[in-house]
Design a protein around this ligand. Structure first.
Ligand code: FAD
Length: 386
């Protein structure tokens, strides 16, 4: 179980990174889990701390303050966050910033935009969020209604977004807007909105089943004036950005799930060896051993599919189908493994103490967020000519 030492596509330096992320998570994140879950957010200085340690800039070039690595370094960071026991909420908040909001600014942005959002973002001094979903448009991304109307020198934005991770505290929002009356695939553009722009309002912080320590915001825009320098990439070319971002976001979700599976299985093994029933350790019952064996098999299959997809993604292959498969398979699998873990813990699994009830609640977002299971199946079906 777990990532085997430096097996491809990972090299020796990834093992060192695993260790340093692991030490950080166990010492500076895990001990605060309950407090941050109750507060419904983690402290803002966790971003600057992660920035100081270089974790927010792993895949960005050194000239921007990054570590000069690539997707594989980011994958190690995401996997170790969950493998060492960070809550889904903490992982979601940190990654929505460093792995979901910043990459399109870097990839599609010009030098001024990189300096304005990526450089302070890598230091954790500015926090980013990605704003696509709206009250009336989730899976059907092309039907978003937030409208950016062209005016002299820029746009005026009106509309709203919901379910935005980091939405309450974000300094900048990478925001999908309609830039033609018709909207749709050829009429969406990305504008970077800043939270201190007049007319930009955080209208709500949502209560959720899981991910309690991440803030999930509702936003409203009323005549927000956005200068033309805030357009990311091509006008009306926003769909390309959405698609390129989704591939990485979904792959990261699969990687995070693989890490979380290892964490839960280790916990379940330890607990069932220590807990006694009918005069012997619970792990001695055949039913327990078989359940653990099935969990480990599912985790291994998840890891193999995910790491192989990551390797091919890293080599530049089009892995749209495999990413969708990895996302589909791992997110459901993690819900099942978390549920199995709760079962193995018995009543204690239902209590807060061992954090497995939280893991189950956190896992439930996987088959919904970043594209639902049903949408993954649609994509996979299309690649099969269906
Ligand atoms: C905690 C949390 C954090 C999030 N963070 C962000 C964020 O940071 N930024 C952001 O932009 N979004 C974010 N999201 C939104 C998330 O990506 C959407 O919830 C997701 O894409 C699903 O959209 P929806 O909720 O509108 O569901 P809907 O699209 O309304 O779907 C409802 C049901 O219909 C099904 N369905 C829809 N279309 C089809 C179809 N063609 N075929 C079959 N079934 C279909 C769905 O699978 C689902 O079962 C977040 C969501 C949550 C809950």
């Amino acid at each position: 179980m777990g990532p085997s030492a430096a097996s491809p596509p990972f090299g020796e330096h990834h093992e060192e990174l695993r260790e340093s992320v692991g030490r950080f998570v166990e010492k500076e994140i895990v001990p605060h889990t309950d407090e941050w879950e109750e507060a419904r957010e983690f402290p803002g200085d966790l971003f600057t701390r992660c920035g100081e340690l270089g974790f927010l800039g792993l895949k960005f070039p050194a000239e921007y303050g990054g570590q000069g690595g690539d997707h594989l370094d980011d994958a190690v960071w995401v996997e170790e966050l969950s493998r060492r026991g960070a809550s889904g909420g903490v992982a979601a908040g940190l990654n929505a910033h460093s792995s979901i909001a910043m990459p399109p600014v870097f990839e599609f942005g010009d030098e001024w935009q990189r300096q304005r959002w990526v450089v302070p973002g890598i230091r954790g001094e500015k926090v980013g969020a990605l704003g696509i979903t709206e009250p009336g448009a989730g899976s059907d991304v092309a039907s978003i209604r937030t409208m950016a109307t062209k005016v002299e020198g820029g746009w005026v934005v009106n509309g709203s977004k919901t379910f935005i991770t980091n939405g309450v505290r974000a300094d900048f929002l990478v925001c999908a807007c309609r830039t033609t009356e018709e909207g749709g695939h050829g009429g969406i553009s990305f504008l970077v909105l800043e939270s201190d722009m007049p007319g930009y309002e955080v209208t709500g912080k949502l209560e959720k089943l899981g991910w309690h320590s991440s803030d999930t915001g509702e936003l409203a825009f009323e005549d927000v004036e956005v200068p033309e320098t805030h357009l990311l990439g091509e006008e009306n070319g926003g769909f390309a950005l959405i698609m390129s971002n989704f591939a990485w976001e979904r792959l990261l979700m699969a990687i995070g799930a693989v890490g979380a599976m290892d964490h839960l299985i280790e916990k379940a093994i330890t607990y069932t060896k220590e807990r006694h029933a009918f005069g012997r350790p619970v792990a001695d019952f055949q039913a327990t051993r078989h359940r653990l064996a099935e969990m480990a098999t599912t985790a291994a299959a998840s890891r193999t599919l995910t790491v192989d997809t990551l390797r091919r993604f890293h080599e530049g292959e089009d892995v749209t189908r495999e990413v969708s498969m990895a996302k589909l398979f791992t997110q459901r699998a993690l819900v099942e493994i978390a549920d199995d873990t709760v079962q193995l813990f018995g009543g204690w699994g239902y209590m807060r103490e061992y954090q497995v009830e939280r893991a189950l609640r956190d896992a439930r977002l996987g088959p919904i967020g970043g594209g639902t299971d049903e949408i993954m199946k649609e994509i996979i079906g299309k690649t099969m000519g269906l």
